[in-house]
Design a protein around this ligand. Structure first.
Ligand code: PHE
Length: 449
């Protein structure tokens, strides 16, 4: 399995491909609404601290074990310790849960592209988000867009264009960043926007609670594609002479930077149009409700809106392709299926699992699981339960079973200095496990603060 691994062209190729997987709806859609609903500045502060400590430790671990073993998730955990083979399977469950509902949101993005293509910029901004509400609660429409997004992802995976992801990311990422900075500059000139900026950047400690950390942590896993075996696979494609320290820093910087920028556009916009009251309704629809308001105001907003949603679609596709690719290649390995058969199987499973998430905001909104609609339920189970379990077991495996030396040796194999080695060891052995247990207990409702 490991003999034929393709490798990235170099460090930049690797960083771009990993960033292409990492930067997606998590940054543009999920981060801003979590920041809005968890106290703004205080959420950002928690997120950045977690990214620099926990995120750095876990990403370094995953990429290092991938590169060391040359295997993707199930094989890699098995190679490190037979007893931990199951961990690879648990990690692999995560993409299976995420892909279907990711495609539902991807479908919403497709819908908004059609809105801007057909000149409905004003309609999309009407009534502070009522347009979005009507759309997601209609029975058939979101379902159709969900199928379209899933079909686009499947075609890309069946054609084996995952190599193309590196190429698409190369030009998409800079354009996306420039466009967001432009929209952001415009948003900040609006009356009331500076209040939003303050809410977003200045931490208000009275808004802090354990759920701020839990939300930031779940977001970190999701956004950086951690605790689901994906970075292990990317690591296995990485050349041995590439600096892991620099790569990890750059991927984290990219990913956090894009998320921060997305929030910087969305939250001040909400303040400008609806004041702080607009935040009370902040939920998964936030990006789709707030940005159309600014596109309806700004000169050429019709085109800016179109360009924006097209780029969001590309960012979402590079991520969904990497999600589906991970599941498909595992089915190919384990079930000895060809690419086409494995692809069709994953497509069928995702279709069946995605339907409740798509209908859960509309005709099936009366059905709830743990008090959540289907989409929020799948999001919660993957981010707040399974990923912390995978991360916890990974820390135990590395910190206590095989030793952190396995990872630190891989990081320093080219004689490179590992400046945060001590921090790394302390994180993996002590902080992260304790922290993850607290998060899990909070997640399942045992602990309430
Ligand atoms: N990290 C991606 C995002 O932020 C989501 C994703 C998760 C992509 C797992 C691939 C694998 O949107």
């Amino acid at each position: 399995m490991s003999n034929n691994r393709s490798s990235f062209s170099g460090r930049i190729g690797f960083v771009l491909a990993a960033a292409g997987s990492a930067v997606g709806l998590g940054n543009l859609w999920r981060f801003p609404y979590l920041a809005a609903s968890h106290g703004g500045g205080i959420f950002i502060l928690c997120y950045i601290i977690l990214a620099l400590t926990f995120g750095f430790a876990l990403m370094t671990t995953e990429i290092a074990i991938g590169r060391k073993t040359g295997l993707s998730c199930i094989g890699a955990y098995q190679a490190l310790s037979r007893k931990f083979t199951f961990l690879g399977y648990v990690a692999w469950l995560v993409p299976i849960i995420i892909l279907p509902y990711y495609s539902v949101i991807g479908g919403w993005v497709c819908k908004y592209i059609s809105v801007y293509l057909t000149g409905q910029a004003q309609a999309a901004a009407a009534d502070g988000g009522a347009f979005f509400g009507t759309f997601i609660s209609s029975p058939g429409e979101p379902l159709g867009w969900f199928c379209l997004f899933l079909a686009l992802t499947s075609v890309a995976v069946l054609l084996g264009v995952e190599k193309g992801v590196e190429k698409v990311s190369k030009w998409m990422m800079p354009i996306l960043i420039v466009l967001i900075i432009g929209i952001c500059a415009y948003a900040l000139t609006m009356d009331g926007a500076l209040e939003g900026l303050k809410y977003y950047l200045v931490p208000d400690f009275s808004k802090f609670s354990l759920s701020t950390i839990t939300a930031a942590m779940g977001q970190l896993f999701y956004s950086m594609s951690l605790a689901m075996g994906i970075m292990v696979t990317y690591g296995s494609y990485t050349r041995k002479d590439i600096s892991l320290v620099k790569s990890v820093n750059q991927i984290e910087l990219f990913d956090t930077g894009v998320a921060m920028l997305a929030g910087l556009v969305i939250i001040p916009t909400v303040f400008a149009f609806q004041g702080e009251a607009g935040l009370s309704a902040a939920g998964p629809g936030l990006m789709f409700q707030s940005l159309p308001m600014i596109f309806a105001e700004m000169p050429g907003g019709q085109f800016v809106g179109l360009a924006f949603f097209v780029l969001v679609l590309l960012a979402a596709l590079t991520s969904s392709i990497s999600l589906m690719e991970t599941i498909v290649s595992m089915f190919m390995d384990k079930l000895k299926l060809g690419r086409r058969a494995a692809g069709v199987l994953v497509l069928a499973v995702s279709l069946v699992m995605g339907i409740p998430s798509s209908l859960g905001n509309g005709v099936w909104s009366h059905i709830t699981l743990l008090g959540r609609d289907f989409l929020s339920f799948f999001d919660f189970v993957s981010n707040n339960i399974i990923m912390p379990v995978v991360a916890l077991l990974t820390c135990i495996l590395i910190g206590w079973v095989i030793g952190t030396k396995t990872v630190t040796d891989e990081v320093t194999r080219n004689g490179e200095a590992f400046g945060r080695k001590r921090l790394y060891e302390i994180m993996i052995k002590y902080f992260a496990p304790v922290f993850l247990i607290v998060i899990l207990l909070e997640g399942i409702g045992v602990l309430k603060v």
